[in-house]
Design a protein around this ligand. Structure first.
Ligand code: SAT
Ligand code: MN
Length: 588
């Protein structure tokens, strides 16, 4: 008698009609063999899947070029299919579940003819963690299989954990014909099911990532009393060797990964990394929040990453110790056979292919790497990886940092008056858009908790869950940062990167209770004299501007929040309206 996994795989095979079925084990040998197939493979969507890179430069690493239209998440074709439209909320595309399944099933019908169907059993979270979840993904892309082996814990333990149970998260994926018009990412939260076709891009195709660990899992957390969040997890060790764990939420490509691996400028301080993208957060017996990173690797933006901006990530990329490292849609330096991207070095290599495989001409004014070119690398390669990375219980959280990219309005740092006030501020977080999602770049978009594209249910209910759904006795402090404020000349006023640790230091002092803060209309803010600015070439005047609250700007901000809140109607928690009214009052 076949078990539930086998039955489900058989059904999907009957639909997609592959030539072969391959059950992935996730061993080093197997990954090696899959990469070899990908190296030999004549064509996949117009490209060789993998090309071996120079191990002298990046150990154990491979180059991949995607289909030119398949370079980012496609939010407009991503659907959350609750039976009831209102449960998906105004922030999600919605389709009735049966209609959605019928529609995509037609696209899946026979889509794997002549291809291999790979079955990937994987865990999100350490297999020993009570918070981990077993999942099965089916895919027809070797690139996706190898990426999943890097990003998640693939292997037999998942099959053991599922056993004869029906309870596992199902993900059906095919690259289909890579036609952007026939590219759908469908979520069925009622069934813990994702169906994704037409894309090989991380967030669309590695179904353990945004699809499960955020959209489906946030809905599970809503029902079960926990949170699935778009957050980094880091530990900051002070001079006395005490480690304080914090979470940080920023929209994609806002320097989130750099923050997770920051090298503090303060003598004696050290950052340890637990996660750069996703946190699952549960309430412990002591009423505190505990976070685990469900992932096992980093899928980061390459452009802008360098020894200067993120030395620890560069060391991670060069390590090649555990699992191969992938580079996708970067340029390819033909002289050294190594990847290159804007920001890696001042001068581009002389003899280079761009991300589409054409000779790169620096005079063309075009970029060599796609702005959303990515690396995929195993977490154990990270020199700053926390000793607690595999701790099944997770780490206790003392602070949450929210941030966005704002040229004005939002000060460098600010602490909320309370948990509830922090939820209000986080629910109205705004950020200027970047290239990680398809669409216009540089406009302010409200992105609550940096979860707008990832919340798998009505965001009004999600705010309610933050306010009332957790049995919190000991809430962490909530901080808001903006590293991106600009001066009158349009330049960033704050140096950013490792100097951001100075602001983290203030947060640690707040958590310890060793510094006071100023009350302002928008929250608690530092006295400049309490910030560690030694060795930083920044004027008092610039610092004041960075911490300035301009009523004209905030009046606009309030109008923006009101407009954003309007779409939730009656479902929006009253507490948030109360805080909005107070904010308005503060500026009268
Ligand atoms: O692939 S991810 O969705 O994780 C990255 C991104 O596009 O934001
Ligand atoms: Mn992300």
């Amino acid at each position: 008698m076949a078990n539930a996994i086998e039955r489900w795989v058989e059904e999907q095979a009957a639909l997609t009609k592959p030539d072969k079925i391959h059950w992935v084990q996730g061993t080093e040998d197997e990954i090696r063999r899959l990469i070899d197939i990908g190296i030999k493979e004549e064509k996949t969507g117009g490209n060789q899947t993998f090309r071996e890179l120079n191990p002298q430069v990046y150990a154990n690493s491979y180059y991949h070029r995607s289909h030119p239209t398949d370079v980012s998440r496609t939010e407009h074709l991503t659907f959350v299919c609750h039976p009831n439209k209102e449960d998906a909320g105004p922030n999600n595309n919605w389709m009735e579940p049966n209609e959605a399944k019928t529609m995509v099933s037609k696209l899946f019908d026979g889509c794997m003819k002549g291809r291999t169907l790979y079955v990937i059993p994987y865990m999100m979270g350490h297999p020993d963690s009570p918070y981990a979840k077993p999942c099965i993904q089916i895919t027809d892309s070797i690139y996706v299989v190898v990426s999943m082996c890097i990003m998640t814990r693939v292997g037999k333990k998942t099959l053991e954990r599922i056993g004869s149970s029906e309870k596992f998260v199902r993900g059906l994926h095919s690259i289909g014909d890579l036609d952007p018009e026939r590219r759908y990412i469908m979520h069925f939260p009622q069934e813990d099911l994702v169906m994704s076709i037409g894309s090989g891009y991380g967030g669309n195709a590695l179904l353990g990532k945004k699809c499960f660990s955020l959209r489906i899992a946030s809905n599970q957390g809503f029902k079960e009393g926990w949170l699935a969040e778009h957050m980094i997890i880091m530990g900051i060790e002070d001079k006395e060797g005490r480690i304080t764990y914090m979470l940080g939420a920023f929209p994609s490509a806002c320097g989130k990964t750099n923050l997770a691996m920051i090298d503090p400028v303060m003598e004696g301080y050290k950052v340890t990394t637990l996660g750069d993208d996703i946190a699952w957060i549960n309430v412990g017996a002591d009423g505190r929040l505990y976070a685990i990173n469900p992932e096992n690797g980093f899928f980061g933006v390459a452009p802008g990453t360098s020894d200067k901006t993120n030395y620890n990530m560069m060391r991670t990329l060069r390590a090649g110790k555990v699992y191969p490292t992938l580079f996708t849609n970067t340029g390819l330096d033909l002289d050294t056979n190594s990847p290159w991207w804007e920001g890696l070095s001042k001068e581009p290599p002389k003899n280079m292919l761009d991300w589409q495989g054409n000779m790169y001409d620096p005079a063309s004014g075009k970029v060599a790497a796609h702005p959303n070119a990515r690396f995929t690398v195993g977490a154990y390669n990270c020199p700053t990886l926390s000793k607690e990375f595999d701790n099944p219980q997770g780490v206790p959280i003392s602070g949450i940092i929210f941030g966005g990219r704002r040229s004005d309005t939002v000060p460098l740092v600010c602490e909320s008056f309370s948990w509830e006030h922090g939820v209000f501020k986080a629910s109205s977080l705004g950020s200027e858009t970047t290239t990680a999602a398809a669409g216009a770049v540089g406009v302010v978009r409200r992105d609550p908790m940096a979860m707008l594209p990832f919340c798998g249910y009505n965001m009004a209910d999600y705010f309610g869950h933050w306010l009332h759904g957790l049995k919190l006795k000991n809430p962490p402090r909530i901080f808001f940062v903006n590293w991106f404020k600009k001066d009158a000349q349009g330049n960033f006023a704050w140096p950013g990167f490792s100097d951001n640790s100075r602001i983290i230091k203030w947060m640690l002092d707040r958590i310890k209770g060793s510094v006071s803060a100023k009350e302002t209309p928008v929250g608690l803010m530092p006295n400049i004299s309490d910030l560690m600015l030694d060795g930083l070439d920044i004027s008092r005047d610039t610092m004041e501007k960075l911490l300035e609250i301009k009523p004209e700007e905030w009046k606009k901000e309030i109008a923006g929040i009101e407009e954003f809140y309007g779409q939730f109607g009656e479902r929006l928690p009253k507490e948030l309206l109360k805080h909005l009214a107070e904010l308005k009052e503060n500026f009268k």
